[in-house]
Design a protein. Structure first.
Length: 221
């Protein structure tokens, strides 16, 4: 998470972005630490989300709502924009999903009522309204029509998972451990390049930021 913030903060300095609304003014209104960041389609703005569900907009990022000031069973850990950029999902550590703008909440989400081995740590949109969530132990959970293509749930990990990234085609995703170049992965996500690091599942697209990777056998998380 920290690496992602650093990467996009560097991008923001180059663009000289300024807050567009009251939602962007973090000083004095931050009730939880910043846990995730997402760029707009244009690259000229971004959203920050706090663990309390508060959303802060910069540049051309529109504000569609937040969970700030509302009760949460578990803290928010991730944000994923919709394909259009006219909405976003907030994801909590227990797998709860909150939809804003044109984002569609997944129906029959069983995760909040399920005892997870490890909390959810990150989420990504795969295609359409599909979401893939990854937990610290490598378990992957798919919602909203996203295809399950494998996970590291139940398998030994030297380090906990910290991120998940979908391929542009939606035919694969990568789950990433802390030790594998987080900043490099964030650069791929910000520039639109395709990372091929960590554990890959499905049919990841060719090209992009190629560095050490591993293709495990499918295992449902």
């Amino acid at each position: 998470m920290l690496a992602r913030l650093i990467a996009l903060a560097m991008l923001a300095v180059g663009l000289a972005l300024v807050p567009t609304s009251a939602q962007a003014a973090i000083p004095g209104c931050l009730n939880g630490e910043i846990v995730d960041i997402a760029a707009t389609n244009s690259g000229n703005g971004y959203w920050l989300v706090g663990s309390d569900g508060g959303v802060f907009t910069y540049g051309d990022a529109p504000f569609f709502g937040s969970m700030g000031g509302k009760p949460l069973n578990k803290p928010v850990v991730a944000m994923a924009p919709t394909a259009s950029g006219n909405g976003y999902w907030l994801v909590a550590a227990d797998g709860g999903v909150f939809a804003f703008g044109d984002a569609v909440a997944p129906s029959n989400n069983p995760l909040p009522a399920t005892k997870l081995n490890q909390p959810v740590v990150e989420a990504t949109r795969t295609s359409g309204n599909g979401l893939a969530l990854v937990a610290g132990d490598g378990g992957v959970f798919t919602l909203g029509g996203a295809r399950f293509l494998g996970s590291m749930g139940g398998k030994p990990l030297n380090k906990p998972m910290v991120d998940i990234a979908a391929t542009p085609s939606g035919n694969g995703y990568w789950a990433h451990r802390r030790r594998w170049g987080d900043l490099r992965l964030r650069r791929c996500r910000l520039t639109g390049e395709q990372p091929t690091a960590g554990y890959q599942f499905g049919r990841p697209d060719r090209g992009g930021c190629a560095f050490r990777h591993r293709r495990p056998s499918p295992h449902r998380g």
